[in-house]
Every structure is written in structure tokens, then in C-alpha cells.
Write a protein that binds this ligand. Structure first.
Ligand SMILES: C[S@@+](CC[C@H](N)C(=O)[O-])C[C@H]1O[C@@H](n2cnc3c(N)ncnc32)[C@H](O)[C@@H]1O
Length: 269
């Protein structure tokens, strides 16, 4: 049975709010289902629509599935990336890592992105700086398949390769960038349901300490400058790991919430 768009919209927005969800999710899903812009949804309340497809998508949302996986896409650095449960959803704070990498990458250099996931970092760097050669590596073949789809849809020339950190890569990077898994294993169960039950575990935690992937990256970096993202409260642990690998922390950049987030490391002189 068809119903007025404004009635469906109001009812579902109220319901979303009552359940603790953002009512904007309703508008975005309506916009996807109807193939219309948000402004059209707001201005055409008297259109008659079938609410069944919206009910189905909202049931997934209320079951804890991230909105980005339901929509199948998200925006990162002003580009649209396809996303699904094969890879982590790109986060806004990772744009700071990209910004920093663009600043430090030497002209015509080789940049390697470790743990490329959806490919958001590697593809963005390559698209923003066509002078660079960029390789995105991941140990997850499923993530690499998604990255390959994004590479094609965004017409990127970034290369993608399967590798456990850098063990399968012979080329010597001028700059290594990574948003590695960094959550200590015991903390995964306390994450929001969206993250803990829907995003790949391999993208979240590298082990009990949380710094294992950063340790391996520095161990295998062969003297390249390294820019990595880290978790809340990991500053000292990362400094200790760096010292053990004869690296020094040049700078730590906070995210928009003021949390130390992006670490720039150089080999000890
Ligand atoms: C936090 S996600 C980051 C994904 C993407 N770069 C982003 O910023 O949205 C970490 C990624 O590292 C990959 N990964 C985990 N362990 C790895 C390893 N030992 N070697 C290479 N990649 C690894 C995971 O599969 C996942 O895609």
C-alpha cells in the first residue's frame, strides 16, 4: 500500500529518534531508495511511496549494521568509496594521515600504504599526487578485492598487493603510511556493536598490546620515514616501540577531538 512520503518520513524519523538513532539515517536511506536528492525528499512530501523497502533497510540499521555498509558507500577526502563488511569504514580522522602523507611524500617517490583495506589512503594519495607511485598492501584478500573495485571506480593507478606487512614487497619505500589495526584485543568486546559485530576483526586488533602491527611496520620499514595512525592513549607505547626499533617520533598530530592520532617517525640518525 502506498503512503504519503511525509507521513512515512515523519513516522520513521520519530521512531529512529526514540530508538537512539539519528533521524537523518531515515532521510539518507529514503534518498537511496527513491534515487532522489535529500532536498527532493523534503520538498515532495505529497508523493506516494511504498514504505516496505525502507522498513527492510531500517531493520538492518536497528540491528546494529553501520549506515555506510547498508548504503554501500561513504565519502573520504571528497571522493566516494564503496564499502562493505570486507573492510573497515574509512574514518574522518584518517584524512589527517592522508594530509600529512601528502605533505611529506618526496616528489616522484614511492609510497606504501600498509593495511590498505578499502584502499582509501592509497587511492587518495595517488589521485592527489599523480607524481607518486603508490602501493597499497593488505593481508586480507577480501579487503584487496574491495580496494580493487574502488581503484577502478576512481580511475586510480595505485597498485595493490597481498602482503603480511611488507614481507612480500621488495621495493624500497620513500614513505610508509598506515592506519593499522591498533585496538588491544581485550577492548574489542567493549566497542560499539556497529564496530565489534560488523567491521572485520583483523582490521581492528593486532593482538593483546594493540601496538603489534606498528612494531612490525617499524621492524620492516628499512629506514623509510613512517606515518601511522594510533589509538587513544597509545602515545607512550608507540614512543617505546619506536625507540626499540631505532626510530624517533618527530611529531604527533592530534585529531579534531584533540586526541594524539597521527605519528610521524624517522629512523634514528
Ligand atoms: C584499521 S584497518 C585500515 C583500513 C584502511 N587503510 C582505512 O584506513 O580505512 C587495518 C587494515 O590492516 C589490514 N591488516 C591487518 N593485519 C595486517 C598485516 N599483518 N599485514 C597487512 N595488512 C594487515 C586489515 O586487513 C585492514 O584492512
Amino acid at each position: 500500500m502506498k503512503q504519503r512520503l511525509d507521513e512515512v518520513r515523519d513516522r520513521h524519523r520519530d521512531d529512529a529518534l526514540g530508538r537512539g538513532f539519528n533521524p537523518r539515517d531515515v532521510d539518507l536511506l529514503l534518498s537511496d531508495i527513491l534515487g532522489r536528492k535529500l532536498s527532493w525528499i523534503v520538498a515532495h512530501g505529497d508523493e506516494l511511496i511504498d514504505s516496505a523497502p525502507l522498513d527492510v533497510l531500517l531493520a538492518r540499521r536497528y540491528g546494529g549494521e553501520p549506515l555506510q555498509y547498508i548504503r554501500g558507500r561513504t565519502e573520504f577526502y571528497s571522493r566516494e568509496f564503496l564499502v562493505d563488511s570486507r573492510a573497515l569504514i574509512p574514518r574522518p580522522e584518517t584524512e589527517i594521515l592522508v594530509e600529512t602523507a601528502l605533505q611529506f611524500a618526496p616528489r616522484n617517490g614511492l609510497v606504501i600504504d600498509i593495511g590498505t583495506g578499502s584502499g582509501c589512503i592509497a587511492i587518495t594519495i595517488e589521485r592527489e599526487r599523480p607524481d607518486l607511485r603508490v602501493i597499497g598492501v593488505d593481508v586480507s584478500m577480501a579487503a584487496l578485492a574491495l580496494a580493487a573495485t574502488n581503484r577502478a571506480s576512481l580511475a586510480s593507478h595505485a597498485l595493490l598487493a597481498a602482503s603480511d606487512i611488507l614481507t612480500s614487497i621488495r621495493a624500497h619505500a620513500d614513505l610508509i603510511v598506515s592506519n593499522p589495526p591498533y585496538i588491544p584485543a581485550r577492548e574489542v568486546e567493549s566497542l560499539e556493536v556497529e564496530v565489534r559485530e560488523h567491521e572485520p576483526r583483523i582490521a581492528l586488533t593486532p593482538g593483546s598490546r594493540g601496538t603489534e602491527a606498528i612494531e612490525q611496520i617499524l621492524e620492516q620499514a628499512r629506514g623509510a620515514r613512517v606515518i601511522v595512525e594510533m589509538g587513544f592513549g597509545q602515545e607512550q607505547a608507540v614512543r617505546d616501540v619506536a625507540a626499540a626499533q631505532r626510530y624517533v617520533v618527530d611529531e604527533i598530530i592530534p585529531d579534531l577531538a584533540g586526541i594524539p592520532r597521527v605519528v610521524i617517525l624517522s629512523p634514528h640518525a
